[in-house]
Design a protein around this ligand. Structure first.
Ligand SMILES: [Zn+2]
Length: 258
């Protein structure tokens, strides 16, 4: 199984930058976890193949590319884009995004092949199948209802927190997964912004160190994602200083294979 954190910004030379404003992790070029930058930086192969998008929550940095992705593909879709989400997320998308004011209500529209969008609802804490992948949703601790996932192709699995503050179920699920090969965990703010991290339900390097104790002994890497771009250097410096064993920052754009 391959996973890739898509870039969301470019540097002054026009190349993908490490600054991560928007979140999308693509699995095997076919399934997207979140759609923050999906329309903006996916490859042509990914654009041609991705028809399933699994959301962690509806904050803008996780859905900003969703309306644009559907818009982009509208005329060419021969099957609908399936949005896997909880009922609360679906309500928020229909009320606040696909409301004809911000963007068209695509769920009401059809192209010459049929509907262009369908919602597939899941309940937090349940497992469901998306193409060849099994996704186990895990309720995490964020300002709005939000999910992490254990993603498995039947041979190996990786887990991704989504946005979260301190949490327990996620780590318990990781400990119970025998074929776990990697964990992607958020760490949005540096330690000196602990108050804002607390108010917005995110982690800092110190909090991450405490969280990782819940994971216990492990023989796989932990990759940090979702670092606020303005504080990236501070967060990376603090993670390095903490000397957390087997913890590194996920390289944006790189394809990881497990
Ligand atoms: Zn969020």
């Amino acid at each position: 199984m391959r996973y890739q954190l898509l870039p969301s910004t470019i540097d002054e030379d026009g190349r993908a930058s490490a600054r991560q404003h928007l979140l999308t992790v693509v699995v095997d070029d076919r399934v997207a976890k979140d759609a923050g930058c999906l329309a903006l930086s996916c490859s042509d192969a990914q654009r041609a193949q991705i028809r399933d998008i699994v959301l962690t929550h509806t904050h803008l940095d996780h859905i900003a590319g969703l309306p644009l992705f559907i818009d982009d593909l509208f005329g060419s879709l021969t099957e609908p884009i399936t949005i896997h989400a909880t009922v609360d997320m679906i309500r928020a998308l229909e009320r606040d995004i696909f409301n004809w004011t911000i963007y068209p209500r695509f769920a009401e529209l059809r192209n010459s092949h049929g509907p262009v969008v369908e919602y597939r609802e899941f309940e937090e804490g349940t497992s469901f199948q998306v193409k060849h992948l099994s996704m186990k949703s895990i309720s995490v601790n964020h300002k709005v209802s939000a999910n992490g996932y254990l993603v498995s192709d039947g041979k190996a699995s990786f887990a991704v927190t989504g946005d979260t503050a301190e949490t327990d179920d996620f780590w318990a699920t990781c400990r119970a997964a025998a074929d776990l090969k990697a964990v992607l965990v958020e760490c949005a703010f540096p330690d000196e912004m602990a108050d804002l991290a607390k108010a917005s339900f995110h982690l800092t390097p110190s909090k991450l160190a405490t969280e990782l104790e819940k994971l216990g002994e492990r023989d796989f890497p932990v990759y940090v994602i979702n670092i606020k771009p303005m504080y990236r250097a501070q967060v990376v410096q603090q993670l390095t200083a903490a000397k957390l064993d087997g913890v590194e920052v996920l390289e944006i754009g790189r394809v990881y294979e497990i």
